[in-house]
Design a protein around this ligand. Structure first.
Ligand SMILES: [Ca+2]
Ligand SMILES: [Ca+2]
Length: 103
């Protein structure tokens, strides 16, 4: 495995396999590298809003042992979505409201 620091965008990797009889198959893998979403902007619309709160509420009680686990909702990084994540979301929400409020 190699690492390309600072890479963003997408790349395509093509695989080709040939068996002993000369039969050939190819496959493509497209890898997209996206910038990390802003903490708390779960729907990716560029705003921290009540919609994000509702998405967080839907994930309440999940941990990294669940199939539908998404670490984006784990705002404190303890591998579960619980009240601590709601408190962190509230801090982010309030700070965002203050920074976007009109003077
Ligand atoms: Ca949002
Ligand atoms: Ca958490």
């Amino acid at each position: 495995m190699s690492t390309v620091a600072g890479f963003e965008g997408s790349t395509v990797i093509q695989f080709t396999a040939i068996d002993a009889q000369g039969a050939m198959g190819t496959g493509l893998m497209i890898i997209a590298v996206l910038p990390p979403p802003e903490a708390g902007d779960f729907d990716g619309d560029g705003r921290i809003s009540l919609q994000d709160f509702f998405l967080l509420a839907e994930k309440q009680g999940l941990s990294d042992t669940h199939l539908n686990w998404n670490p984006v909702f784990d705002l404190d990084g303890d591998s579960k979505v619980d009240l601590e994540d709601f408190f962190r979301f509230a801090d982010i929400f309030i700070a965002n409201q203050r920074s976007t409020a009109s003077p």
